[in-house]
Design a protein around this ligand. Structure first.
Ligand SMILES: Cc1ncc(COP(=O)(O)O)c(C=O)c1O
Length: 385
């Protein structure tokens, strides 16, 4: 006889599955507009194994804390961070940016954030949360921050300058080297938002792509935010903020009297070690070589997609810098709606009158071959073609 408890469990899981079936899933390949991906199988396994850990109280789990330190060391090496640096695990790009702006505000005592118009919307939250002011700099024809205009906007009240290494909309890289020099000379905190590009640019360089420098080898770079749950092939939620000087974390630390460590830096208290263990497992498994191959494959699919889209008679916003493509459209919203009705998820960027495709590791050429006729039909139906 089946016990009442078993029946209860079965019912709950039936309900969960029924609701889950409404979700789009990355493994179907039909999500083409997100910067997240199917976690690597090792990430999945490690995640479950570390489910009960709490890195907010690190003395309770010294082993998981060690994994965190090793993962931060891996990321710091990837970004060529100096010995003086430190890393802070965060939930993703939003928290990475919030934490960096918090540090910049504390260190400078100022409230102005100078950033490109293309910056992620998390900065809008930051302005509201921390009573900071956003000074937006227009972008050039290449969709990167205009350095000459930036120079004019730097003032005594500037707390921080933000540069993008992989913009959300098009994957563009701001002139980080020039920005770094400007900020170093003006003694201004310079944060690089590499939430997406942090796990792409180092490997593009390895593959001999001509991409600009963006990391701590540039003297003016003070902090970099990089997400493992995007191109790091790990599980949500995980990112790392690396700061050039360890003592800067002191500016966002408080006494933590009820737990075993004396001080706690950053926004969160209780936080899971599961995504950290998952990301560490993936990094150990793939290593630099594995990530390089992954990026090479994403770029191969990107080139293929680019070609197939142009063959349809559609135009790209620009030649892609990394595995992000903007497809110029008159009515991107209508095309997105049609695609969604046909089971495909892409994102629209109204500001640039385009749709954005992100060629993440799970997207293959076969998937693109399935997608192209659907895109063509959608475009024909709304009069784009
Ligand atoms: C450049 C950039 N920064 C920050 C974020 C925010 O990241 P998250 O959604 O993980 O908080 C994103 C998200 O796409 C991004 O592309």
């Amino acid at each position: 006889m089946v016990s009442t408890d078993t029946i209860k469990r079965q019912k709950i899981f039936q309900e969960l599955r029924r609701l889950q079936q409404r979700d789009f899933c990355f493994s179907s390949g039909h999500i083409l507009g997100s910067m997240c991906t199917v976690p690597h199988p090792l990430a999945r396994e490690a995640y479950v194994q570390f489910l009960e850990t709490n890195l907010g109280d690190p003395e309770l789990c010294p082993g998981t804390k060690e994994i965190e330190s090793r993962y931060i060391a891996f990321i710091s090496n990837l970004l060529h961070a100096p010995k003086t640096s430190a890393g802070q695990i965060v939930s993703g790009g939003t928290e990475g940016n919030i934490t960096a702006m918090w540090i910049a505000k504390q260190l400078s005592g100022k409230k102005e954030i100078v950033l490109p118009k293309s910056a992620h919307f998390s900065f809008q939250k930051i302005a509201s949360l921390m009573d900071m002011k956003l000074v937006e700099i227009p972008v050039t024809n290449e969709y990167t921050m205009d350095v000459q205009l930036l120079k004019k906007k730097i003032r005594r009240t500037t707390a921080v300058v933000v540069g993008l290494a992989g913009s959300t909309e098009l994957g563009t890289i701001d002139p980080i080297s020039e920005l770094s020099d400007v900020c170093a000379e003006e003694h201004i905190f310079f944060h690089v938002d590499a939430a997406f590009g942090g796990f792409v640019i180092p490997f593009l360089k390895e593959l001999a792509y001509k991409v600009p420098d963006f990391d701590f080898r540039l003297r003016g770079v003070c902090s970099i935010s990089i997400d493992s749950h995007k191109m790091g092939y790990a599980a949500i939620p995980l990112g790392t903020l690396v700061v050039r000087k360890k003592q800067w974390l002191g500016s966002i630390s408080v006494d933590s009297p009820y737990i075993s460590s004396e001080k706690q830096a950053g926004m969160l208290g209780t936080r899971s070690g599961a995504p950290v263990a998952a990301a560490y497992a993936v990094a150990q498994y793939l290593g630099y070589e594995g990530y390089t191959q992954m990026v090479a494959s994403c770029m191969d699919v990107t080139r293929y997609t680019e070609k197939r889209i142009e063959e349809l008679g559609l135009r790209l916003v620009m030649k892609p810098t990394m595995n992000v493509l903007g497809v110029k459209l008159k009515k991107p919203g209508l095309v997105v709606k049609k695609l969604s009705e046909n089971g495909w998820r892409v994102n629209k960027v109204e500001r640039l009158s385009c749709i954005r495709l992100v060629l993440m590791p799970q997207i293959t050429k076969q998937i693109i071959d399935e997608f192209i006729p659907v895109l063509q039909k959608a475009c024909q139906e709304v009069g784009e073609l």
